[in-house]
Design a protein around this ligand. Structure first.
Ligand code: PXG
Length: 289
């Protein structure tokens, strides 16, 4: 494995940054999780755009231009010789002192890690569906730490993940401050009711996921009516189908929520058809390397 750090490549065991980096000390930085399929990087431009938007919001200067960063990702992929890869792009605030003032950090670190795969959920769960639970930890308020910022500070999501594990469930539904369904710990959520798709709007504590957008695009092209609309837990319980979307998870069915069986307790037909179309898209679209 070759890891890119600030323009140089290192073996995994030598890929290190300072303990004074504010990415470590304060979670001060931004990241993206990206995937490539059959030597094509899926939605690379969209991920780079979102990284720059996250950085702008926290006033973090990314040392490379968008084009340079795209070239660095492609070069790192070529060095690692993988057709199907998971790409973790990280930009930290950089090395500072033990105070949180970011003005003390001279330059951010740009890191690109490539691995052969990321197994967020075991394969069995794609066939059988996830059992998920609503957790007490509320998703970060947009007014405090906007979930649109994909920052290195993921404690909000980690706490929810711990709560789901404590309840012996595979994943957590996080609610927004009003009690509406926001998203899961690393995935967006969709429900199906009477062949219509529903997913929470991005304004309420929901990351505008790139997989979510791809599913909405597939739905539009397939003439499936899709709505970005607030969702209550009740609507999830009485849905015909439920699934989660994310770069790592792709599209994964949900068969139980808070002890309620969803639909017939098996992955739904529309979910399966969307997954098939999504997999077709990932194989034909994307930046070649
Ligand atoms: N919500 C949250 C909170 C996320 O972190 C998504 C939704 C889905 O967004 P995309 O753009 O991926 O469709 C995410 C994505 C990881 C990991 O290592 C997390 C994500 C993506 C890839 C890897 O846990 N989060």
């Amino acid at each position: 494995m070759k890891v890119y750090i600030n323009g140089k490549y290192y073996e995994k065991s030598d890929a290190k940054i300072s303990v004074f980096d504010h990415g470590l000390l304060y979670g001060d930085g931004v990241f993206e999780g990206i995937r490539s399929y059959n030597s094509r990087v899926f939605k690379l431009k969209e991920h780079i755009e979102r990284l720059f938007e996250s950085a702008k919001s926290i006033m973090l200067n990314i040392p490379l231009t968008k084009e340079e960063l795209i070239r660095a990702v492609i070069a790192t992929l070529n060095k690692n010789n993988l057709k199907d890869a998971y790409i973790r792009l990280i930009v930290t605030r950089g090395e500072g002192d033990l105070g949180l003032d970011p003005r003390k950090c001279k330059a951010g670190s740009t890191i690109i890690i490539i691995t052969d795969k990321i197994a967020l959920y075991p394969e069995k769960l794609y066939r059988e569906g996830l059992k998920i639970v609503t957790v007490p930890t509320v998703r970060n308020l947009p007014e405090a730490l906007n979930p649109q910022i994909k920052s290195l500070n993921y404690l909000n999501n980690i706490l929810a993940k711990i709560e789901a594990a404590n309840a012996n469930c595979d994943e957590a539904i996080m609610l927004d401050s009003l009690g509406y369904v926001a998203e899961c710990t690393g995935d967006n959520i969709f429900i199906v009711k009477n062949n219509h798709l529903y997913t929470p709007p991005q304004c309420m504590g929901t990351l505008r996921g790139i997989t979510r957008d791809a599913v909405l695009e597939i739905a539009r092209k397939s003439k499936i009516l899709a709505h970005e609309h607030v969702i209550t837990r009740h609507e999830v319980y009485i849905s015909d189908e439920c699934f989660l979307t994310g770069t790592a998870a792709e599209i994964i069915p949900v068969v139980m929520v808070d002890g309620r069986v969803i639909g017939r307790g098996k992955p739904g037909k529309l979910t399966a058809s969307l997954l098939k179309k999504f997999r077709e898209l990932t194989r034909k679209e994307g930046v070649k390397y």
